[in-house]
Design a protein around this ligand. Structure first.
Ligand SMILES: [Zn+2]
Length: 290
């Protein structure tokens, strides 16, 4: 992982500024002028986002865009893709980490510009098509966008020799998805995972929640799956404005190192999320369920 960090450090000239991701769920987007410069992360994967993550996966037959951020971020993503020398019109497929406004609100505008196929899993596809946040927290709604392909856990998306596989991590939202792939860089092969979402937002009702009735079971299943998973070589954060220490306090302090997760760091992150979720469940029990 030192090599990966070096790749990022050389390629990056970014200064992420924001409060925690939980606060970001509720607050207006940070000024886009404070956003990051685009950069190549590894292989054919580029960071093109700003206050919220967005990644371009390039192929000889067009590109895949992972997350479109908030509506305000749309012009920034377009200019970031072009700054890197790629054509926004070549984006063929749009996928997402999870259907919260700060990751998918820009889908509708991006689809208008590109005509790209929107791919989403289960309950997230429902949220995208309705524009209604159907996650446990019920965050703000967004412009609806047609979903061209509704996928299931384990399905793949393939374009120009690149394949991404969907791992369902429902809990944070109903169809949160960790996308995984493999890239070549410098003669080596690396397993990549794009963060989906794991546990519900703080304050979300966990029982009798009409938006996401199975949120507890889905979150427990997600945490179990992540514990069983072989940690990826590179874990790409969808809230890069949060320093990695938010997910793992043991990580080195370097706000540019959005991908500085090694296997142990990934396991610590999952363990930390499990602890947080257990505390949320205990709090719910203490209140007699809600
Ligand atoms: Zn979210």
């Amino acid at each position: 992982m030192r090599l990966i960090c070096a790749v990022v450090l050389v390629g990056a000239a970014i200064a992420f500024v924001s409060p925690s991701s939980q606060a970001a769920q509720q607050e207006p987007v940070q000024a886009v002028s404070e956003a990051a410069e685009p950069f190549r992360v590894i292989g054919n994967i580029y960071f093109v986002g700003g206050p919220y993550g967005s990644y371009l996966i390039t192929t000889p037959e067009g590109h895949i865009l992972h997350d479109t951020g908030s509506a305000e971020m749309h012009p920034l993503i377009v200019s970031n893709v072009e700054k890197l020398g790629f054509n926004v019109g070549d984006i063929r497929i749009m996928i997402s980490s999870h259907a919260h406004w700060d990751h998918v609100e820009g889908h509708a505008a991006m689809k208008r510009v590109t005509g790209a196929q929107v791919v989403a899993l289960g309950g997230d596809a429902v949220a995208l098509e309705s524009g209604q946040d159907n996650s446990a927290i019920g965050a703000r709604n967004f412009e609806p966008v047609p979903v061209d392909r509704v996928i299931e856990d384990g399905d793949t998306v393939t374009l120009g020799g690149v394949t991404l596989r969907a791992l369902w991590t429902g809990g944070h939202t109903q169809g949160a998805t960790m996308w995984t792939t493999t890239v070549q860089d410098g003669g080596n092969s690396y397993s990549i995972a794009f963060r989906g979402g794991e546990i519900p937002n703080a304050g979300a009702p966990l029982v009798n929640n009409p938006r996401h009735a199975t949120v507890v079971a889905d979150t427990q299943r997600t945490l179990h799956r992540l514990k069983e998973l072989d940690p990826p070589d590179v874990f790409l954060h969808n809230h890069p404005q949060d320093p990695p220490q938010v997910l793992d306090p043991a990580l080195p302090v370097d706000p540019r190192c959005a991908t500085c997760f090694d296997a142990e760091g990934f396991r610590r992150m999952v363990a930390g999320l499990e602890t947080r979720f257990e505390a949320m469940l205990q709090e719910t029990e203490g209140q007699g369920g809600r």
